[in-house]
Ligand binder design. Structure first.
Ligand code: AKB
Length: 318
């Protein structure tokens, strides 16, 4: 299958490309940024700005992919600093990608949504079909993107599907998310022996280890459409308090120091998100199961990060 990725230089791209190549797919990665060091030579890498509709259409028509993964997005914390940019990338960019898929008759689009579509005061755990009152431009544009996917499904027959991701953790430097404190506990715990988290110790949001996230992005598009009762699904793994993540890292890295100095802007975003997601629909419709809990993630991730840091790999570009 020929597969096109937008925003391939972000936190998800590297691991998704690896998994798709391992399955024998032809992958064309696109991003504003040039290819990251680890990506060179592994796959074709084109420059693409999703805010430019003509460029998106030309690219999609030229490549004629069987499936598009639309990953390009400005995340929650950065989006609040640059709302116009977030609107352009997340809203206009998603529209451009959907339109290009429609015009170029791409069979399938996979959309990456987020827990940020939710706002405060929701049931715990939170199912999909509750009123969405996102507090960030990122969440508002992701919610609109989900609705556009539904619209393109029923109006134009585009097989658009997606997941609402929890905060994701892997051996990469994330870019501008509010959930980044969790990843930095591992990264700075390892490289600095300490981390001052920008959230309260009792902060609890849904999180997921990247191998599970990548597996979801491969299993959902493979599911027979007639089994799917909706276009976009919650998927969940674990929901630890921030100090429980710190304790898990500290068990593996004795002596590491964690402190908590909440940043009001990012803390308010974190407090507006669900504490846990109800993913019963994904489990029932396409057999979704997470494999990694917090302890399994800690055991798998720290050795990987240590190896990459020891080899001098720039995790920002991994
Ligand atoms: C963010 O923190 O903005 C993202 C997300 C949870 O979608 N990681």
């Amino acid at each position: 299958m020929r597969i096109l990725l937008t925003g391939a230089g972000g936190q998800l791209g590297g691991d998704l490309i690896t998994a798709l190549l391992a399955q024998g797919h032809e992958v064309i990665a696109t991003d504003l940024r040039p290819a990251a060091a680890g990506q060179n030579g592994r796959t074709r890498w084109d420059a693409l700005d999703v805010t430019r509709g003509d460029d998106v259409l030309t690219c999609v028509e030229r490549i004629a992919p069987d499936r598009v993964y639309h990953l390009a997005a400005i995340l929650s914390a950065r989006g609040e600093q640059q709302p116009q940019l977030a609107y352009a990338v997340n809203q206009t960019g998603t529209w451009n990608v959907l339109e290009a898929c429609r015009q170029a008759r791409v069979p399938q689009l996979v959309f990456t949504s987020s827990i940020a579509v939710y706002g405060p005061g929701l049931p715990d755990p939170t199912p999909e079909d509750v009123a969405l009152h996102p507090t960030t431009i990122y969440g508002a544009t992701k919610a609109a993107g989900e609705m556009l996917c539904d619209y393109y499904c029923h109006r134009w027959g585009l097989d658009a599907r997606g997941v609402r991701f929890p905060g994701l953790i892997n051996a990469a430097v994330p870019g501008g998310g509010s959930s980044d404190y969790a990843l930095f506990m591992y990264l700075d715990g390892l490289r600095r022996g300490a981390y001052d988290a920008f959230c309260r110790a009792d902060t609890r949001i849904p999180l997921m280890y990247m191998p599970d996230a990548v597996r979801a992005l491969i299993e959902l598009p493979a599911a027979p459409r007639q089994h799917l009762g909706r276009s976009v699904y919650n998927i969940a793994a674990f929901s630890p308090r921030a100090d429980e993540i710190a304790a898990s890292v500290a068990r593996a890295l004795p002596g590491v120091q964690f402190t908590f100095t909440p940043d009001p802007a990012r803390q308010a975003i974190l407090d507006s998100w669900p504490r846990a997601l109800d993913d019963a629909r994904a489990r029932a419709d396409w057999g979704w199961r997470h494999e990694f809990d917090l302890e399994a993630m800690t055991a798998d991730l720290l050795p990987q990060m240590r190896t990459l840091l020891g080899a001098g790999v720039d995790l920002a570009g991994h």
